[in-house]
Ligand binder design. Structure first.
Ligand code: PMP
Ligand code: GLN
Length: 388
């Protein structure tokens, strides 16, 4: 009996599932998988409850309920000055994950090449493989994790179809600057490439650094599919309401695949996310400030523990180098950590083709309450060389 396809061969179990299961089994503090330990705004939950109780429990339109598509379009206008048609240039998806999957399946043919920033989010690799496409990683390296423009140029070939971007970038925390985005845009325009821009952490940039959607650069709106998620911006990761905006032809291709994957996504949650998206600036500012203080707490503490800390510009993750503590393999370190001190983190290595680059790097999530971060740091103090 055949039980699996070549399409999924070698993909294994996602590191996030493995590490969260390890956290549960060992009763550890989970600074691994990126999910907040507090809910998003109560009034958004109330909207979902209202929707559940007022008969909004059947299939939504495949593109998403009109009020959410309108709220997404209004959000793109309000924050970035981007004009998006809610009827033809927006698709609501089952998390950003489905937007990525449906866009790659709807766009790519066997052998098409896609440039990705490495370390990459693991679903990119899996979906490129399922689409039969070839990934061309361009590596962001410590300490700055800046985009190496020369390497980006060198990665383009006659088979290149798309550049799959992620900014703010998981797991490094890099926020792409205007000059980096301009260089990417120039390459995309010169070679007539699609840009798929994963911006799920769009509201999580720190120290006043702006998030710049690449779609706002001249000539880019017509070739960019922008992806985001209510999970990240409003701390409802379990709702899995994501979306994509972009030119009608790309949205059509995405929907061409999505209609046969899920057809449509969580009806009663969509009006609630629509409400969240039109929140006052104070919500977004407060969320960002809270995360920034948690970032500072964790970064200071991890440095005190003795790790080399690369302070992130965005996202809710911080990357460290574990070598100052006498370790050199992040996978071994992360498998040992829960048993030894009761904390879970994520090894970078699994996000690279160039595994040697990622081997000593480990990612920690700070979307956790300050007291939880403080307790994790107390436990991690047990790793200091003089304690071991
Ligand atoms: N892209 C990136 C870079 C992410 O970190 C995540 C987080 N899970 C996703 C996509 C997926 O988002 P969602 O949970 O909305 O599917
Ligand atoms: N995006 C989150 C992370 O990077 C969660 C990923 C997931 O569970 N698929 O941790």
């Amino acid at each position: 009996m055949k039980t699996s396809s070549a399409r999924i061969a070698g993909l294994g179990t996602t590191i996030f599932a493995e590490m969260s299961a390890l956290a549960v089994r060992t009763g550890s503090i989970n600074l691994g998988q990126g999910f907040p330990d507090t809910d998003g705004p109560t009034e958004v939950i109330d909207r979902a409850v209202d929707a559940l109780r007022s008969g909004r429990n059947q299939y939504a339109p495949g593109t998403g309920v009109p009020e959410l598509r309108q709220a997404i379009a209004a959000h793109q206008q309000r924050f970035y000055g981007l004009a998006v048609d809610p009827d033809t240039e927006v698709a609501v998806t089952t998390g950003a994950t489905e937007a990525i999957a449906a866009m790659l399946l709807g766009l790519l043919d066997e052998g098409d090449e896609v440039i990705v920033l490495e370390p990459y989010y693991d679903s990119y690799v899996a979906m490129l493989q399922m689409a039969g496409a070839v990934r061309r990683p361009v590596t962001l390296r410590a300490p700055g994790f800046r985009l190496p423009i020369d390497e980006l140029h060198a990665a383009v070939s006659p088979r290149t179809t798309a550049i799959l971007l992620n900014s703010p970038h998981n797991p490094t925390g890099t926020v792409l600057r205007r000059d980096e985005l301009e260089a990417i845009a120039a390459i995309a325009i010169e070679h007539d490439l699609v840009v798929i821009s994963d911006e799920v952490y769009e509201h999580l940039t720190f120290d006043g650094l702006p998030h710049i959607p690449i779609a706002t650069l001249p000539g880019m709106a017509e070739r960019t599919l922008t992806i985001s998620s209510g999970g990240k911006s409003f701390s409802f990761t379990g709702w899995k309401i994501g979306w994509a905006t972009g030119p009608a032809a790309l949205i059509q291709a995405l929907l061409g695949a999505k209609q046969f994957m899920t057809y449509t996504s969580g009806s009663p949650l969509q009006p609630a996310i629509a409400h969240a998206l039109v929140a006052d600036d104070s919500y977004f500012d407060g969320f960002r400030a809270q995360l920034q203080s948690q970032r500072d707490l964790l970064c200071t503490g991890l440095a005190e523990v003795g790790l080399e800390v690369f302070v992130p510009e965005g996202t809710y993750f911080v990357t460290t180098d574990i070598r100052p503590l006498g370790f050199d393999d992040g996978v071994e370190f992360c498998r040992m950590l829960p048993e030894r001190v009761g904390v879970v983190a994520i090894p970078h290595q699994v996000f690279y083709d160039h595994v040697d680059v990622g081997r000593p790097l480990v990612r920690w999530a700070f979307c956790k309450r300050p007291e939880v971060i403080a307790e994790a740091l107390t436990r991690l103090a047990g790793l200091r060389p003089h304690d071991s």
